[in-house]
Design a protein around this ligand. Structure first.
Ligand code: RIB
Length: 321
């Protein structure tokens, strides 16, 4: 008798390589973001491991993948703490470089009472990332995805994507903070994950509603990408592929801190796709993971384990657009 793997019982742990940033997040909880010239009394301050690359690596690991992180930290206490944090999640840090004379990346994050955040990033050592093409090609053997973002130098991200494409490894790109994507890069991307602001910046069309996000996603797909996800925060996400566009609503939860929600979503999406789950099941898993993430403060401490995600409420059914 052959057993068909279900969406909740993965057949194997995919390998995922993350090329990206590591930041120490300096998190200020405030009633609201201060206006220009305003002095504001905040609630608290905390130092929490973050960075889009590292958060996505942690999300992949907590979803059950074997993860390798490629990135740079400074030769300082924050760098050691970030390396240790990844290792505690079982992430391979052999390709994590310590750069002498550079501070570790730092993100100043204001979290409002509403849970919304505002982030200022000082890249520090992240700006020194250099892709070793031969080493990366080796590391990508057998990997389900190369995952990348835009918090490290764009020319190096482009190199990484080209190496992955040449090695036959799929690329999942989260172009955040958003910057233009060079034309030759588009067809090398398998899965693009953007929020509504990034979608609009990349295709010039508003993506504020599910219908608009579907249109924007179709325009981005036309550049040569197999799958696009436009995340819409509390309204869920829109998945666009060759079969069309579907709006996946999110479960209603009370947001405490939205930091790393997108990273959590992406990690769950990548692992589920790497396991062979359908695009829609993978998006639903990502939405459930992100819904748990936003109910906890901080970046990496708020990223849930797969067991917790599978125990969380199912989102409403998707709507074909
Ligand atoms: O996506 C959230 C992350 O963005 C934070 O952890 C912060 O470091 C910034 O990079």
């Amino acid at each position: 008798m052959s057993l068909k793997p279900s969406s909740s019982s993965p057949a194997r742990a995919p390998r995922i390589v993350v090329l990206g940033s590591l930041n120490m997040d300096l998190v200020l909880r405030v009633p609201h973001a201060p206006a220009a010239g305003e002095t504001l009394l905040g609630h608290s301050i905390a130092t929490i491991p973050g960075g889009k690359g590292a958060n996505q690596a942690v999300s992949c690991a907590r979803e059950g993948a074997q993860v390798r992180m490629i990135g740079c930290v400074g030769d300082d206490a924050h760098g050691s703490a970030l390396r240790d944090a990844l290792q505690r999640d079982g992430i391979d840090t052999a390709a994590l470089r310590t750069v002498a004379g550079e501070p570790t990346g730092t993100a100043l994050i204001l979290v409002e009472d509403s849970g919304q955040n505002r982030i200022v990033l000082i890249p520090g050592a992240n700006a020194r990332l250099e892709v070793d093409e031969a080493a990366l090609a080796q590391q990508l053997q057998g990997a389900a995805f190369l995952v990348a973002q835009f918090e490290t130098p764009l020319d190096q991200v482009a190199r990484g994507i080209a190496v992955a494409h040449g090695a036959g490894c799929k690329v999942m790109l989260n172009p955040s903070p958003v910057q233009p994507i060079a034309e030759p890069l588009w067809p090398l991307i398998d899965t693009l994950v953007v929020n509504e602001i990034e979608a609009q910046a990349l295709c010039g069309q508003s993506a504020d509603s599910p219908q608009e996000a579907a249109q924007a996603g179709r325009a981005l797909r036309a550049k040569g990408i197999a799958r696009v996800v436009v995340t819409l925060g509390a309204r869920g996400a829109v998945a666009i592929d060759a079969d069309g566009a579907r709006h996946h609503p999110a479960p209603k939860v009370q947001a405490v801190d939205t930091t790393a929600a997108g990273d959590t979503f992406l990690g769950a999406l990548a692992v589920a796709l790497g396991e062979g789950q359908s695009f829609d099941d993978a998006v639903r898993l990502g939405i459930r993971a992100a819904a748990l993430c936003i109910q906890q403060p901080g970046a990496q401490p708020s990223i849930p384990q797969r067991d917790a995600v599978l125990l969380s409420p199912l989102p409403p059914d998707w709507i074909t657009l």
